[in-house]
Design a protein. Structure first.
Length: 399
């Protein structure tokens, strides 16, 4: 199992495209795996013949696990020869504990690095443990760890023990109710989105909003081929506005303000059972025509869940065009590693007073919002940034 991304510890097998005895070429995709970010392909290191497939569908394997073997030439075998990995690795598994107590002694589990041993069937690709549970006995916490539950999952349980303590009976009654309801296992992407939003919500987030006249954008769009969507105009406007005031997208890490050297802006793309946010690199230096072509390619990849973690990493901000779903207003949440998220609502005809004509005239207006990490930027800075984005959208020839 290759390292599929900086924060990816394991992945689930979703498709095996070969069987023992098949001839394969160099760099041929033979296995598809799913992480919490995307579906990706594992390829052969060299040409040869499949000798053994060591993994099973829908099981989860850690990075470094052997997925199979290829019979290769002596020259290729010598190129990829390496020392055998150690038989196993002890990994500490954190058990959710009370916030005012030390973390409970870690329960040890064995994860083999050979032949895919230690696969965790049905497990989440990335742990989403959360601290903060109070009034939970060690027995309850142990049961939660066994079922891979977090304190967030149990937030709706009203404890019947002393001082509203959640007892093991409360937990089992809760689990029994779930068993009687229609349910299915969360996909890796759904779990990844949930984990990202929980981490984002640990910050003080704020949202401001205003309205924008979309008629200039719609008129400019008619003269272009290919035709960019309003969301791409918003992305380009945000990138240019950030290039003028790059400090607006800076991240606060500890006591340091970290500023990006490139205006890499993500755009939310709906995928099956989740959202993917591919990043457009140097969006302030990318024309609308190039943005349009790139976006079409990303949407196609998103529908196939083939957007890799590298394509989603390193953005300074994101644009979400929730107006696509007919929504006029929203407060989307920035990703954990980003400071800003620009949201664009649906356009609708409204009466607007024209000073020259001294009468109301119709115009296409949309609500536009900016959600931000209030640790990194204040309301004034966010307001000036949003105002500049609106100015650029209402003068699209500058884009």
């Amino acid at each position: 199992m290759p390292q599929l991304g900086e924060s990816i510890a394991e992945a689930t097998i979703v498709d095996i495209k070969v069987k023992p005895g098949d001839e394969v070429a160099d760099d041929q995709e033979i296995i598809e795996v799913e992480t919490n970010k995307a579906v990706m392909g594992v390829t052969t290191p060299c040409k040869g013949k499949i000798a053994k497939v060591s993994v099973q569908l829908k099981e989860t394997y850690p990075v470094g696990a052997v997925l199979g073997y290829v019979e290769a030439s002596e020259a290729d075998a010598a190129r990829f020869a390496k020392q055998a990995p150690p038989p196993s690795l002890d990994v500490a598994e954190e058990i959710p504990a009370r916030a005012d107590e030390e973390v409970a002694p870690a329960r040890q589990k064995k994860i083999s690095t050979r032949d895919g041993d230690g696969a965790r069937a049905g497990g989440l690709p990335v742990p989403v443990a959360a601290k903060g549970a109070t009034f939970m006995s060690p027995r309850v916490r142990a049961r939660m760890a066994e079922l891979q539950l977090t304190t967030v999952d149990l937030a709706g349980i009203m404890g019947t023990g002393t001082a509203n303590r959640v007892t093991i009976k409360d937990l089992e009654n809760f689990l029994q109710k779930i068993e009687n309801q229609t349910a299915h296992e969360a996909s890796a992407i759904r779990s990844g989105v949930a984990d990202a939003m929980r981490r984002s919500w640990t910050r003080p987030l704020s949202t401001i909003g205003s309205s924008v006249n979309l008629d200039p954008v719609l008129q400019n769009r008619r003269s272009r081929d290919p035709k960019p969507g309003p969301g791409l105009y918003a992305l380009r406007a945000l990138a240019l506005a950030l290039a003028e005031t790059p400090g607006a997208a800076a991240k606060l890490i500890g006591n340091r303000v970290v500023q990006s050297n490139s205006m890499d802006v993500g755009i939310a793309v709906e995928a099956e059972d989740g959202i993917m946010v591919p990043v457009i690199r140097a969006a302030d230096k990318t024309s609308l025509a190039d943005l349009t072509a790139k976006y079409k390619e990303l949407v196609d990849l998103g529908r196939q869940r083939r957007i890799s973690p590298d394509m989603q990493a390193g953005g300074v901000a994101t644009v979400s065009n929730f107006g696509t779903f007919g929504m006029e207003w929203g407060t989307p949440i920035p990703l954990p590693d980003q400071t800003l998220l620009l949201g664009l609502g649906a356009g609708k005809k409204v009466p607007s007073w024209d000073e020259e004509k001294k009468e109301f005239v119709p115009r296409t207006e949309a609500q536009i919002t900016l959600s931000f990490d209030h640790r990194s930027i204040d309301g004034g800075g966010a307001g000036r940034l949003l105002k500049r984005v609106i100015e650029l959208l209402e003068a699209p020839e500058q884009l």
